[in-house]
Design a binder for this molecule. Structure first.
Ligand code: ACK
Length: 315
């Protein structure tokens, strides 16, 4: 049993207005499970029984029994990051935390259509005849460009508040009502403090620290040096995931060999599901993001302008 998960949870500083009482939650199905713990769908009842406000669906993340100190600390950090982010339409909102009974639960906005990777895979043209999926059976090119724009919009915001995401991938983007995307999973994210921003503008990954290798640029894999341009590289990989409707990037490369392969010129190219008239623009964006020289990669603001422009041109 770890120290934080027991009574000492009371020592974690908590702002009163983020507290959610456990009694207000009515749990339903398990949405997903990872090494870290589980995410459940729940209904959050209003604070006062007499309230005219309706219950709303939320997603609740909790650690598995016997979670290690590190896992608890990661959840606490994720909560702290989400609290500090402020609201953006393409960033999953933090609702509050439950600390009753010495348990720590993170309560967040519920995104009804799950993660973007599976969402796209379930809508691949050859699959839709076998397993038609409710609400959005097909995706059109416009949807794919809207996905690229939504993610660029969220990332521009995160950069503006000095938040490195460090785990940008389609599996960590959730699909909400009207197919609006929400960036989620801030477990690995770090806020750069003023000193970092002024002096070096990077975050160093600790030796042996976990990184999602196939979404990472060479400078992270070889030096553990993380800047916003590393998030831009990951964004490039996400563009490829969008173009392949949820493909596995670099699936034929051993993780230990990836840095070497990238430095030898290996990259991600053309996507089978992208319309011919979009292919050139999307490939250019992709190769701009996957530039070995981080200084040459565009910033998120530019990516937002470009994807927005592309979307307008489809109208
Ligand atoms: O594809 P999914 O159902 O979407 O599988 C993962 C799983 O939990 C582990 O992260 C789902 N999930 C996480 N957060 C949310 C949320 N806020 N709303 C809906 N599903 C969520 C995610």
């Amino acid at each position: 049993k770890n120290a934080l998960y027991g009574t000492s949870i009371a020592h974690i500083p908590i702002e009163h207005d983020w507290k959610v009482s456990y009694k207000r939650l009515e749990f339903s199905e398990l949405l997903g499970e990872g090494a870290f713990g589980q995410v459940y769908k729940a209904s959050l009842k209003p604070k006062k029984k007499t309230s005219k406000v309706n219950s709303r669906f939320v997603a609740v993340k909790q650690l598995k029994d016997g979670a290690s100190d590190e896992e608890v600390i990661e959840l606490v950090k994720e909560i702290e990051t989400m609290k500090s982010l402020g609201h953006h339409k393409n960033v999953l909102s933090f609702i509050g935390q439950v600390t009753d009974g010495g348990k720590l639960l993170m309560v967040m906005e519920y995104a009804p259509y799950g993660n973007l990777q599976e969402f796209m895979r379930n809508r691949r043209p050859h699959l839709t005849t076998e397993q038609p999926v409710e609400h959005f059976p097909y995706l059109c090119y416009r949807d794919l460009v809207t996905f690229a724009r939504d993610i660029a919009c969220a990332m521009t915001y995160l950069e503006s508040v000095a938040c490195l995401h460090r785990d940008l991938a389609a599996r960590n983007v959730l699909v909400s009502d009207k197919m609006v995307l929400k960036i989620a999973d801030f477990g690995m994210s770090r806020r750069l403090n003023e000193e970092d921003t002024e002096l070096k503008n990077y975050y160093r990954v600790h030796p042996g620290g976990r990184v999602p290798v196939r979404w990472m640029p060479p400078e992270v894999l070889t030096e553990g040096r993380f800047t916003f341009k590393a998030d831009v590289w990951s964004y490039g990989v996400v563009l490829w995931e969008i173009g392949t409707l949820g493909g596995n990037p670099f699936s034929d490369v051993e993780p230990s060999q990836l840095a070497h392969e990238l430095l030898r010129g290996r990259t991600l190219t053309a996507s089978p599901y992208v319309a011919p008239y979009l292919c050139q623009t999307m490939s250019n964006l992709l190769s701009d993001c996957l530039n070995i020289d981080e200084k040459m990669r565009p910033c998120f603001r530019e990516l937002l302008h470009k994807t927005d422009y592309l979307l307008e041109s489809l109208n």
